[in-house]
Design a protein around this ligand. Structure first.
Ligand code: AMP
Ligand code: MN
Ligand code: MN
Ligand code: MN
Length: 307
């Protein structure tokens, strides 16, 4: 495959946040990359919760099927900041880097301990078998509250996952257990050691007032984080504009990603992903700009004609 050095990124559709069965996504890495191509995504980051286990299989599928898709190696690390669970996405990193492996091993232990505690709390609330149920749904993947939510839906405790969170798993509810995640600074540092770019995930989803969101951004910048997500598929238009303003004010690169977990009516790979004018896309960051874009992926995305 030939590599092109000219900047053809305007022709490509970037989706830089997605999940597979390696964490709480419902599609295997192989199915996810094929769906991304169907949705005309040209550059996809797989960013599973605290694991990079899906990346190798995804790349193998891309190679075996000669898919016109560039895979960006990513991860979504859970951190704790001022009692809030803040997610930091790492993009363009070396999945096997020792520092990253070490942090992810610690996070895996924390995840497992939290899952056991959630299971116990639900047991006391007369919902037996939740840990085993969540484990069954997680399979080989990292266990998350998403798996508990799916189990509770299966048990008829609520009609959908969102409702389960509201009634059982959100902060202050019966099944909520305060987590022991690493700090923002640790996550950013490890992402940098592994050669990646650190991105503050979905800043609009933490239920923070503008004052607290600005504090979070200041803390992230102080930790040397470089980018923030500005565009997602499900967003009020003013949220995107406001986040773009923050990206400019805090001199952060802007990212976009669907946070796709499963086929559903509202969220789809690549859907509604565009950045407002005046921000610098994260793919222009030197780490990501250095990634080769294959001729195939460019051609498929209609770039050959435009050159
Ligand atoms: P965990 O990392 O174990 O805390 O699980 C977090 C995951 O649960 C998120 O990445 C989402 O996939 C899912 N989740 C969290 N809050 C909600 C919610 N209110 N509705 C639906 N899914 C949620
Ligand atoms: Mn998730
Ligand atoms: Mn997240
Ligand atoms: Mn996510």
């Amino acid at each position: 495959m030939s590599e092109l050095s000219v900047d053809l990124s305007p022709c490509l559709l970037f989706d830089l946040h997605s999940h597979t069965t390696a964490s709480d996504g419902e599609l295997s890495p192989c199915d996810l990359v094929q769906r991304a191509v169907e949705m005309r995504v040209g550059v996809l980051a797989i960013t599973d919760h605290d694991t990079v286990a899906g990346l190798a299989t995804a790349q193998q599928a891309i190679d075996a099927l000669s898919l016109p898709l560039r895979l960006v190696a990513g991860v979504e690390i859970s951190t704790l900041w001022e009692n809030h669970e803040i997610h930091i996405v790492g993009l363009g990193l070396e999945p096997g880097h020792a520092a990253l492996t070490q942090l992810l091993e610690q996070q895996k232990i924390r995840r497992w301990q939290r899952a056991q505690a959630i299971g116990e709390r639900l047991e006391r609330a007369r919902i037996p078998g939740a840990l085993e149920g969540a484990q069954r749904l997680a399979g080989e993947g990292e266990i998350t509250r998403g798996h508990f939510a799916r189990f509770l839906v299966e048990q008829g405790k609520a009609s959908n996952v969102g409702q389960v969170f509201k009634s059982y798993l959100a902060k202050g509810k019966t099944g909520y257990v305060p987590p022991q995640w690493c700090t923002i600074a640790e996550a950013v540092d490890v992402i940098h050691h592994a050669g990646g770019v650190a991105v503050l995930a979905h800043p609009g989803r933490y239920d923070l007032s503008p004052k607290w969101l600005k504090r979070l951004l200041a803390c992230f910048v102080a930790a040397k984080g470089e980018a923030m997500e500005v565009a997602q598929c499900q967003q009020a238009p003013d949220e995107r504009t406001q986040l773009a303003r923050y990206a400019r004010d805090f001199q952060l690169y802007a990212s976009q990603g669907s946070d796709f977990h499963r086929p559903c009516a509202w969220i789809e790979l690549g859907r509604k992903l565009w950045l407002p004018a005046g921000v610098t896309p994260v793919w222009q960051h030197p780490v990501l700009a250095a990634l080769p874009l294959t001729a195939e992926s460019l051609q498929r995305n209609g770039c050959e004609e435009q050159r």
